[in-house]
Design a protein around this ligand. Structure first.
Ligand code: SF4
Length: 372
């Protein structure tokens, strides 16, 4: 089911912008005009049962005064995979119990869509003046595809890269927990040479149904991934966050079997796995908003370098090793597998090829703080 949008609000400085009016018409809504602060006051005064849930149904259109293109912030002391993000939208219609947006965007709870996305394309062009290759995605502060039928982010970015003949220098990932791939299929048909990756975040069904409300089921996501592969779009699979609890171990193994017996492993761009990690502040939010969350089970310890709580190293090693073995059993050679937000010692313990072996072929200027 598509996420519900109840309100379209346009920053008065951009009242004539075409996109929000087009979306409002499509949804049968009358656009409203308000500033960010005005909208925030309005939502705080009428929060409904849960301010976050109310705000997630509001699309606010304005401009981004800062930079769009940023290196993935990663975390102190973890091995970096040299990924870049474009934050053209901030906020998400879904409400995952572990979502960092609950913590970072307390002052901006609605979905903000930036109208000056051409600036993001200029930033890509400047980046490529100094670098040969860019691997980039829009899914850091938003779900890349959940609202693609309205926002057409895929059509915009791939169309702009086509105009500038940049398909051999930019690999663009759309990361999602939806099965909203209709527009992406059309875009691939329009631009068959584009280097698009559709990244699906996956988890075991009993986790997704409780902790990722509103998202597509794992089966729906994999159906969508299969459809994309059949139409020439490469797929990435992100096992994140993995709940490293013994009672869930078999469920994860079944999930791996389900996914890789369905997908064409030749058409998988990359696979990541990341154990659940979080800040103390997020724990408070989880306790407050989702007191029965599975995330609150299991022992976690603060890390020395970034103060995030993680499962103990031997637990992480056990899960990563099992994931690696099970996933590898579906591939002829080494799968394009890496660990997300994981420390250098864990890469070394796991004897895992460093990220440049997964992404590096096209990325000549790959740099890694750990000498990988
Ligand atoms: S899909 Fe991603 S951005 Fe959206 S609520 Fe879930 S974790 Fe947050």
């Amino acid at each position: 089911m598509r996420p519900e949008i109840r309100k379209i609000v346009i920053d008065p400085a951009f009242g004539d912008a075409e996109l929000p009016h087009r979306i409002a018409e499509k949804l049968g809504l009358k656009p409203e005009f308000n500033t960010k602060d005005g909208l925030l006051d309005e939502i705080r005064q009428n929060p409904g049962g849960d301010l976050f849930k109310t705000a997630k149904k509001v699309l606010f259109f304005t401009e981004n005064k800062g930079r769009f293109l940023k290196k993935c912030p990663g975390s102190k002391g973890v091995v970096c995979c040299n990924y870049y993000t474009i934050n053209s939208v901030t906020g998400c219609p879904y409400d995952c119990s572990y979502c960092i947006l609950q913590h970072y965007i307390g002052n901006n709870p609605f979905i903000t869509v930036f109208l000056n996305k051409e600036k993001a394309v200029d930033e890509i062009v400047s980046f490529l003046a100094e670098n040969r290759f860019l691997r980039v995605g829009t899914g850091e502060l938003a779900d890349s595809l959940a609202l693609d039928h309205l926002l057409d982010e895929s059509g915009f970015f791939i169309g702009e890269l086509a105009k500038r003949s940049l398909f051999d220098r930019v690999q663009f990932e759309f990361k999602t927990k939806s099965a909203e791939v209709g527009r992406l299929l059309e875009v691939k048909k329009l631009y068959p040479d584009s280097s698009i990756v559709a990244g699906f975040s996956v988890n075991i069904p009993r986790f997704s149904s409780h902790e990722e409300p509103g998202t597509a089921s794992v089966e729906e996501r994999i159906n969508a991934a299969e459809q994309l592969q059949k139409n020439g779009v490469k797929v990435a699979i992100h096992f994140d966050p993995v709940l490293m609890l013994e009672e869930l171990f078999d469920d994860y193994m079944r999930l791996i079997d389900f996914i890789f017996s369905r997908l064409d492993t030749e058409k998988i761009a990359w696979i990541s796995m990341g154990g659940f990690r979080h800040t103390l502040a997020l724990t408070e939010t989880i306790v407050e908003r989702n007191p029965k969350s599975l995330l609150l089970r299991g022992e976690m310890f603060p890390s020395d370098s970034d103060n995030k709580l993680r499962y103990l190293a031997f637990v992480r090693r056990r899960f990563y090793t099992a994931f690696d073995r099970r996933i590898s059993s579906f591939f002829k050679g080494r799968p394009p597998l890496y660990m997300c937000m994981e420390k250098a010692f864990m890469w070394s313990d796991m004897k895992m090829p460093f990220p440049k072996n997964v992404f590096g072929g096209e990325n000549e200027q790959f740099k890694c703080d750990f000498g990988c």
